[in-house]
Design a protein around this ligand. Structure first.
Ligand code: SF4
Ligand code: MG
Length: 325
């Protein structure tokens, strides 16, 4: 598969009166065409900021300090705001946690879908109407003809998120960045919408960067996973390798905190310790204050992200040995 997106050495910092937060600190990864990449970690790990950086939505006091964001071999950081506007929606679209942030309450769903098509596709009025109806059908909304005339508040939360997905898919983008797209919804609806998203992106050959704190979601959805902690990727690999052959202690901690569905009582363990203060990160490895495998060198030297297997990378001085697990 061809590389669709390649991020190299991305640093996105926030300059606040309390100091600098290195929200994304030297992050490199790629996404191939049609691939689903899960980006997972606790909040504050830099997942969302990575997504916003790719789509060029970093505002003051945030700033991309350095790096390259190559999308179809073109560096998005070198584009003007108006060039970037052409790419947003058409080539790369975004789905947020709260559908109301993407929908405009004063326009009907039909008007909002049609606007996407007007901006990015060259279709007649009749063709646009047919496409709108088809898009609503694709995301599982019944009576699409009459639903087009409804306003966002006339839909339930789950239905609204389906509409947002229809809008995100309208211009047939190459990449969708979805930031906790189902976190606000109840569990049954979450599962339905994730299944639908996976099916639609796979059908269209669209790549998906799925940002979530939920490793269970990632294991269902993603082809590959980036695990982020304190602004850095600590482990990256194929989903199967991350679930079964992970070697970073933080990945192990995240996996241990997934409730065990086989057991009668839900086992909800969290990783001991708290996420360090982003204004005052520890010297050496960021995970050291919480890591049960920490040794002296971890307190001194920051581990580098190294290649350990096919598309498998880890940054740890003492990666877990498979036989030890
Ligand atoms: Fe733990 Fe050391 Fe690895 Fe950091 S580098 S995760 S402290 S073993
Ligand atoms: Mg977030």
């Amino acid at each position: 598969q061809k590389k669709l997106l390649e991020v190299k050495g991305l640093r996105t910092y926030f300059h606040t009166f309390k100091g600098i937060v290195k929200a994304v600190d030297n992050v490199s990864f790629d996404i191939h065409e049609g691939e689903i990449l899960g980006v997972v970690g606790e909040s504050g790990g830099g997942k969302s900021i990575t997504g916003f950086s790719v789509i060029g939505l970093i505002d003051e006091p945030g700033k991309i300090e350095s790096g390259e964001i190559l999308f179809q071999d073109q560096d998005l950081m070198k584009l003007s705001e108006s060039q970037m506007n052409l790419i947003r929606g058409k080539e790369i679209s975004m789905v947020f946690q709260d559908p109301m942030t993407s929908l405009n309450p004063v326009y009907t769903i039909g008007e909002q879908l049609e606007e996407m098509l007007l901006l990015h596709e060259n279709l007649s009025k009749q063709q646009r109407r047919e496409r709108c109806i088809q898009l609503l059908k694709d995301v599982g909304i019944s009576n699409p003809e009459s639903r087009l005339k409804n306003y966002p508040h006339q839909f339930s939360g789950g239905m609204r998120q389906r509409v947002v997905i229809a809008i995100a898919l309208a211009a047939k983008p190459k990449l969708i960045i979805a930031d906790e797209p189902t976190t606000a919804l109840d569990v049954t609806i979450q599962a339905q919408i994730l299944k639908l998203m996976k099916q639609l992106v796979k059908e269209q050959g669209c790549a998906l960067m799925l940002i979530t704190h939920d490793l269970a979601v990632v294991s269902e959805m993603a082809d590959r996973v980036n695990v982020m902690y304190c602004g850095k990727i600590v482990e990256s690999g194929y989903t199967e390798d991350i679930i079964q052959e992970h070697i970073h202690p933080y990945t192990e901690g995240l996996l241990d905190s997934i409730p065990d569905i086989d057991q009668e009582k839900e086992r909800l363990k969290t990783i001991p310790g708290i996420v360090p203060n982003m204004f005052d990160l520890p010297k050496g490895c960021n995970f050291s204050p919480r890591c049960q495998y920490c040794q002296d060198i971890c307190l001194e030297k920051e581990p580098e992200l190294v290649h350990v297997g096919e598309r498998h990378f880890v940054s740890c001085h003492f990666p877990l040995r498979k036989e030890a697990r």
